[in-house]
Design a protein around this ligand. Structure first.
Ligand SMILES: *[C@@H]1O[C@H](CO)[C@@H](O)[C@H](O)[C@H]1NC(C)=O
Ligand SMILES: *[C@@H]1O[C@H](CO)[C@@H](O)[C@H](O)[C@H]1NC(C)=O
Ligand SMILES: *[C@@H]1O[C@H](CO)[C@@H](O)[C@H](O)[C@H]1NC(C)=O
Ligand SMILES: *[C@@H]1O[C@H](CO)[C@@H](O)[C@H](O)[C@H]1NC(C)=O
Ligand SMILES: *[C@@H]1O[C@H](CO)[C@@H](O)[C@H](O)[C@H]1NC(C)=O
Ligand SMILES: *[C@@H]1O[C@H](CO)[C@@H](O)[C@H](O)[C@H]1NC(C)=O
Ligand SMILES: *[C@@H]1O[C@H](CO)[C@@H](O)[C@H](O)[C@H]1NC(C)=O
Ligand SMILES: *[C@@H]1O[C@H](CO)[C@@H](O)[C@H](O)[C@H]1NC(C)=O
Ligand SMILES: *[C@@H]1O[C@H](CO)[C@@H](O)[C@H](O)[C@H]1NC(C)=O
Ligand SMILES: *[C@@H]1O[C@H](CO)[C@@H](O)[C@H](O)[C@H]1NC(C)=O
Ligand SMILES: *[C@@H]1O[C@H](CO)[C@@H](O)[C@H](O)[C@H]1NC(C)=O
Length: 492
């Protein structure tokens, strides 16, 4: 880090003191003790300086100026906003968005949010808009639900996710837009979810909670270089969108007691990249979705062509990267690579159920590391959560063409649990180059049921007998005749 270079060098300091020490003390032992004390003190002082340097580095006296990313830009304060954390700035945000909405034909406009705490009710974005958050700028969501508008349920869900009927809209919202950028110098959008989570637990809400950022039926979206935190519900929810890039983000919520605070939920989206980010939340860090049972089947819009890479994620309640369980429009062509999942309940999971219909196929996992997770790889086909009784129990999803390459880890209780069923067999799954350290038992740790597929080369732990074995050159070594055998044990 650059700032440490300006701290006094600890080795210089120690050298200076060493020169006079031998002239005063003849005993080798005393000298040694003294050197130890001097060394310890200098390390202490050095650390102290680093911490101080770090604070100075984090809070520059002169804040970085706003880059000009659009032909027109506005300062939030131009619209009368007050960043004291108390004044409600809804009108300022709405007026700013309205001003920018008139500039679309001329390249759009940028709204600069300076350092401060800008409390507001939910507001909408407009096309050709850049929302730029300065360092130490915080857009704070008002946590009184009276200010949150109700919206119709998502068509592919039929329901608010938690209650029937309408749902709360998102804090930052947009529909039918094009060319949206939300970025900054790591400013924060804070959903102040604490009251929502509490009311949800106490069953005091009559409608599904609102996401933090939800953009629907839109294209060309870039969200980067900012922090999203404490969403009432799912944090970032692109719904039926095309061409979405999410890069260099920090997404945070408490790892416990923040129900359904998924990090990013690509939902019926295509051409999407999520990369270079850190996510630690109270539910799935990422969950790729595409609608729920009969509503999702009728809406019929898949999530596809999605690349997820270079992430560090954590989820103590659910999983690092999930697909489903709502996947009734289908999910295909997803690549998930260079991911570290640490201290989590589950690492990578596909979840579905009878009634969902559609498919999950062409999913590639590559270079995934599990650091102290309970269960590593999971496919679960009986995730029986339905919107209502109107689902078709014979609508069986097709789960196939899934590859796991370069899977590493340590401290894992169950590296693999793939549970197909007679109705929903899991097909054409392949494993290559896997080495996962086990934390607990040595038996029943590669659990399979109704799984057809192959292992290429040797992997650790040894695979279940459901899989065919091939050598590195692709020659069949052992053909399995027990693809439908079942060894699933939820007790470990
Ligand atoms: C925005 O307005 C505030 C308050 O008037 C001011 O302190 C700040 O310098 C302005 N920033 C820019 C980039 O104009
Ligand atoms: C925000 O957009 C939604 C959906 O287009 C709309 O129903 C709502 O009235 C808008 N809210 C405001 C304040 O413009
Ligand atoms: C990531 O965002 C931070 C601010 O949040 C910025 O300082 C850093 O340069 C960005 N990194 C890249 C690679 O864009
Ligand atoms: C951005 O802010 C978050 C929250 O304060 C912090 O955890 C993260 O390290 C910051 N990112 C950068 C690149 O400074
Ligand atoms: C929920 O509905 C009940 C009964 O209609 C009402 O008393 C209560 O105020 C409502 N709660 C909220 C948060 O709207
Ligand atoms: C995707 O969106 C970005 C803006 O985020 C834009 O620069 C790019 O041209 C779009 N790509 C396509 C293929 O439309
Ligand atoms: C993120 O911030 C860095 C450093 O300011 C900048 O170079 C980069 O272009 C930004 N990235 C995006 C995608 O906005
Ligand atoms: C699969 O998705 C990637 C983006 O991750 C895209 O580049 C590629 O063209 C897609 N493949 C097909 C067959 O659509
Ligand atoms: C594998 O992923 C890790 C992050 O978990 C990353 O540090 C490493 O560079 C990746 N390796 C390759 C070969 O991409
Ligand atoms: C099996 O899945 C792989 C992708 O993992 C795909 O390339 C291949 O075509 C599939 N094989 C069959 C027989 O469907
Ligand atoms: C395994 O079960 C699947 C689906 O129930 C069936 O299609 C397949 O024939 C069975 N395989 C064997 C070897 O019994």
């Amino acid at each position: 880090m650059v700032d440490t270079l300006t701290s006094p060098s600890p080795s210089m300091w120690r050298f200076h003191h060493r020169r006079w020490i031998p002239t005063l003390f003849s005993s080798y032992k005393t000298l040694f003790t003294l050197l130890w004390i001097v060394g310890f003190t200098s390390v202490f002082i050095w650390q102290h300086n680093v911490v101080e340097g770090f604070l100075i580095f984090r809070r520059p006296l002169v804040s970085r100026s706003f880059p000009q990313l659009r032909p027109f830009s506005f300062n939030l304060t131009d619209f009368g906003a007050v960043g004291d954390g108390i004044t409600l700035n809804t009108k300022a945000f709405e007026d700013a968005v309205s001003a920018i909405s008139k500039l679309g034909k001329r390249g759009g406009g940028q709204l600069n949010v300076p350092a401060g705490k800008w409390l507001t009710a939910p507001f909408n974005l407009t096309s050709h808009m850049t929302l730029f958050l300065a360092e130490d700028a915080v857009i704070l969501a008002i946590d009184d639900e009276k200010y949150w508008p109700l919206m119709p349920p998502l068509p592919s869900y039929g329901y608010g996710r938690e209650h029937g009927g309408p749902r709360y809209g998102s804090f930052i919202h947009g529909q039918h837009l094009k060319d949206i950028v939300i970025t900054g110098h790591n400013g924060t959008i804070n959903g102040q979810g604490q009251k929502w989570w509490k009311k949800f637990r106490q069953k005091r809400l009559n409608h599904t909670r609102g996401p933090l950022v939800q953009i629907m039926w839109s294209s060309d979206i870039l969200i980067s270089n900012i922090t999203l935190r404490d969403s009432p519900f799912w944090t970032l929810h692109p719904y039926d969108c095309k061409n979405v890039t999410i890069r260099n983000m920090t997404i945070l919520a408490p790892i416990f007691q923040a129900p359904n605070t998924d990090g990013i939920d690509p939902d019926s989206c295509e051409d999407m990249i999520i990369e270079d980010s850190y996510i630690s939340v109270g539910d799935d860090a990422i969950a790729i979705k595409s609608g729920w049972d009969q509503y999702g089947i009728a809406y019929g819009k898949p999530s596809k062509n999605i690349l997820i890479r270079n992430l560090v994620v954590r989820s103590m309640v659910s999983a690092g990267i999930s697909i489903g369980s709502e996947m009734s429009g289908g999910v295909s062509n997803v690549t998930i690579e260079n991911i570290l999942i640490w201290k989590s309940r589950r690492a990578v999971r596909i979840k579905t159920a009878a009634g969902r219909g559609a498919y999950v196929r062409d999913i590639k996992y590559r270079n995934i590391t599990f650091d102290n997770v309970r269960v590593g790889i999971i496919i679960k086909t009986d995730y029986n959560e339905h919107p209502d009784k109107g689902y078709n129990p014979k609508a069986f999803p097709v789960i196939r063409d899934i590859s796991y390459r370069s899977i590493y880890g340590e401290g894992v209780r169950v590296p693999v649990r793939i549970q197909g069923s007679a109705d929903i067999p899991v097909r054409n799954v392949s494993f290559k180059d896997m080495s996962v350290g086990i934390a607990y038992k040595k038996k029943h740790i590669f659990q399979c049921a109704y799984l057809q597929g192959r292992v290429i080369g040797s992997i650790f732990p040894a695979p279940c007998k459901n899989l065919h074995l091939y050598d590195e050159q692709g020659r069949l070594v052992r053909k399995s005749n027990s693809e439908n055998a079942s060894d699933i044990d939820y007790d470990i």
